[in-house]
Write a protein that binds this ligand. Structure first.
Ligand code: SAM
Length: 288
């Protein structure tokens, strides 16, 4: 509850992307305690609240209302209220108006706490089986063909897995554009993640384009495209040695660290071993 002289907080709360059990205990506790919860679609959030017996007042805060409501939200936080923010699915601030509210709070020097949890981006990336050493999240895939071609051309040499949100209606044409611009790449379509009809289809981008060309698709979709073949070989020996060292600092044994870096980077284990060995010898030499 608001208390005089006390500054409130914005609580950015990650909520499930499908399965209502995917929510943290901390998020549930904080949602219960908040003075108000801003929600992209109050009907969606009501289902979560009903499941966990939360009766915090809900207010709509979506693309159409965010700008007009932001000044009042800032006033409420400054007056001491705890304002929770949730989106329809996953982590608020990723492809929704949440990021602007966070920025406005930071500008106004009001506290922002982010409570981590589900995200369609990370869930799809890991489920795809594509390399995760680096990824580029492109938000919603462009609708216009010219914008698609320009974007894909600018990303062609990037040594990273590309992750895009896409509507089921445009999936076939998005995949056709990707197959044309990035032939031969591996890719994945992750659909309805964590839900009853969850599905991850993996293959070359041509195979995916063919598989979805005439298929009626429903639900929520993430499209992923792997890095260019051979790009992961471009990683330098210094980077490989550094990554081994970081993993060892994190508690991994030397042989585990070498094995994992080789897997993540898609390079032979012997190369990672040699790079780590040379770096170790060079350090010893420098210390003499
Ligand atoms: N803020 C969310 C997050 O952290 O994941 C993303 C919200 S964004 C407005 C909505 C898009 O996320 C959908 O169009 C879809 O591309 C993706 N998405 C959300 N839930 C999903 C699910 N269960 N399976 C696959 N994609 C999902």
């Amino acid at each position: 509850m608001a208390a005089s002289g006390q500054t409130g907080r914005l609580l950015v709360c990650a909520t499930p992307i499908g399965n209502l059990a995917d929510v943290t205990l901390r998020v549930l506790d904080e949602l219960r305690e908040a003075d108000v919860c801003l929600a992209e679609d109050t009907r969606v959030t009501k289902r979560l609240f009903a499941r966990y017996g939360i009766d915090t007042p809900l207010e709509r805060f979506d693309e159409a209302t965010a700008s007009a409501k932001t000044p009042r939200v800032l006033e409420r936080i400054a007056a001491g209220e705890t304002v929770a923010l949730v989106s329809d699915a996953g982590t608020p601030g990723i492809s929704d108006p949440g990021s602007r509210l966070v920025a406005a709070c930071i500008d106004a020097e009001l506290p922002v706490d982010v409570l981590p949890g589900p995200s369609a981006v990370i869930t799809a990336l890991v489920a795809s089986g594509l390399p995760t050493h680096a990824f580029f999240f492109g938000g919603f895939f462009p609708r216009k063909q010219g914008d698609r071609v320009r974007l894909l051309a600018s990303l062609r040499d990037l040594d990273a897995t590309l992750v895009f949100f896409e509507s089921p209606r445009r999936l076939a044409s998005a995949l056709a554009a990707i197959a044309e611009q990035m032939p031969g790449r591996r890719g994945a379509v992750a659909r309805e993640l964590t839900k009853v009809h969850a599905e991850v289809v993996r293959g070359t981008v041509e195979e995916l384009a063919a598989a979805f060309a005439s298929r009626e698709v429903k639900g929520e979709v993430v499209v992923l495209v792997g890095p260019p073949t051979g790009a992961t070989q471009a990683v330098s020996d210094e980077d490989l040695a550094f990554e081994v060292e970081q993993m060892m600092r994190g508690g991994s044994s030397r042989s585990d660290a070498i094995k994992r870096v080789a897997q993540i980077r898609g390079v032979p284990k012997s190369r990672v071993y040699d790079a780590a060995h040379r770096a170790k010898e060079a350090r010893k030499e420098a210390e003499r």
